[in-house]
Design a protein around this ligand. Structure first.
Ligand code: NDP
Length: 330
């Protein structure tokens, strides 16, 4: 078994000193367990949070433990009553070629599945569902309203913006390159802002959203959140989905400087965890599949070949060089 594990907690960007690769024998399974040969690994910003030793919605990865990640794989041995050899499954396992599971948070992919297996980690997996439930439910976005989306060319952002367009909203995206801006424009975003070439984000958002922002879908935090707060409409909402600008911070990060605008605009900040919607995942994934079939949404995957590239690929999330949902294929 090849595994990336947490040797020490990284300071800043995770490197091979903190997250080395090791080889070991494949663990023998016991009653109630199954052995999975993994094919695809999801490369998610959240993994950086799980490397920290601080309270969150999931326990931290312990020192010595394999790096936690969603995977798709095939069951190659089973002593679990609900799984047989040959079943293809997805769920939370780790950056390892073979995973032992007790079935917790694991889902079988139906035999008659018509989608590429990678979709169960992308458009029909956690990131697709984050965009879906974030936009259609938790944000409170209504048809005709204006949505501002950060990390808009990424996995969650590009899909969330398209879903808001399907709902009849005006959608403005913020992304970090001209190429990314052109890509989301082609997906139907009404306007785009390249934050890396814009000096005054508050003014740029005001120009793109002259009547103000009803919902800001925040994937990044930091200065962009501050600029969005200055443009919220009265009774506007901020959906707090992620804060990638601070994930590698080595010092405590201050809250938004423009926090007062929440009061001044009777606005709301809503925390959002896609796992709260677990019981509705299957039906939402069906809806997303149908939208793909009908050509109503498009989704970009960037699939990097080679298990040993997990860590290198992971760090690309933070320099923005990923083009859509980042996955590793063995
Ligand atoms: P993406 O595919 O969007 O990749 C991350 C992108 O973030 C990069 O491509 C980069 O794009 C942008 N970025 C990186 N650093 C910065 C920075 N300092 N300032 C601004 N933008 C930056 O990743 P995902 O779609 O997987 O995740 C997006 C967000 O959603 C993350 O914050 C993640 O933690 C969150 N999330 C939350 C969930 C929940 O349940 N709440 C579930 C899943 C994801 P660019 O080139 O535009 O800078």
């Amino acid at each position: 078994n090849k595994q990336f594990y947490l040797k020490k907690r990284p300071q800043g960007i995770a490197d091979l000193d903190s997250v080395p690769l090791k080889e070991s024998d494949i663990t023998q399974i016991e009653d109630g367990q199954l052995l999975i040969e993994n094919h695809y690994f999801s490369i998610d910003p959240a993994i950086r949070g799980w490397m920290r030793d601080e309270p969150s919605y999931m326990p931290p990865i312990e020192l010595g433990e394999v790096i936690r990640s969603s995977t798709v794989g095939t069951v190659i041995e089973s002593r679990h009553p609900e799984y047989s050899v040959g079943d293809v499954v997805y769920g939370i396992n780790g950056w390892e070629t073979h995973s032992v599971s007790n079935g917790y948070f694991l889902t079988k992919i139906p035999d008659n599945n018509r989608y590429p297996l990678s979709y169960y980690l992308s458009v029909m997996g956690a990131v697709g569902l984050t965009a879906y439930f974030g936009i259609t439910d938790r944000s409170g976005l209504k048809p005709g309203e204006t949505l501002l989306m950060s990390a808009a060319a990424g996995a969650v952002g590009s899909l969330g913006g398209q879903i808001a367009k399907l709902m009849g909203c005006r959608v403005v995206g913020i992304a970090g390159s001209e190429e990314k801006c052109a890509r989301i424009k082609a997906l139907g975003f009404d306007d785009v802002i390249n934050y890396k070439t814009t000096d005054d984000m508050t003014a740029a958002i005001a120009k793109a959203c002259p009547e103000g922002v009803d919902v800001y879908f925040d994937n990044v935090g930091g200065e962009i959140l501050d600029a969005a707060l200055m443009n919220l409409k009265s009774h506007g909402r901020v959906l707090f989905c992620g804060s990638i600008s601070s994930y590698n911070a080595t010092e405590p990060v201050p809250g938004p400087y423009n926090w007062w605008q929440i009061l001044a605009r009777s606005a709301e900040i809503r925390g959002f965890l896609v796992s709260d919607y677990f019981s509705q995942f299957a039906s939402a994934a069906e809806t997303l599949g149908q939208w793909l079939d009908d050509g109503k949404i498009e989704f970009n995957e960037e699939i990097v070949e080679g298990f040993e590239n997990c860590l290198l690929a992971f760090n690309r999330l933070f320099d923005g060089s990923n083009q859509g949902k980042l996955l590793i294929k063995i």
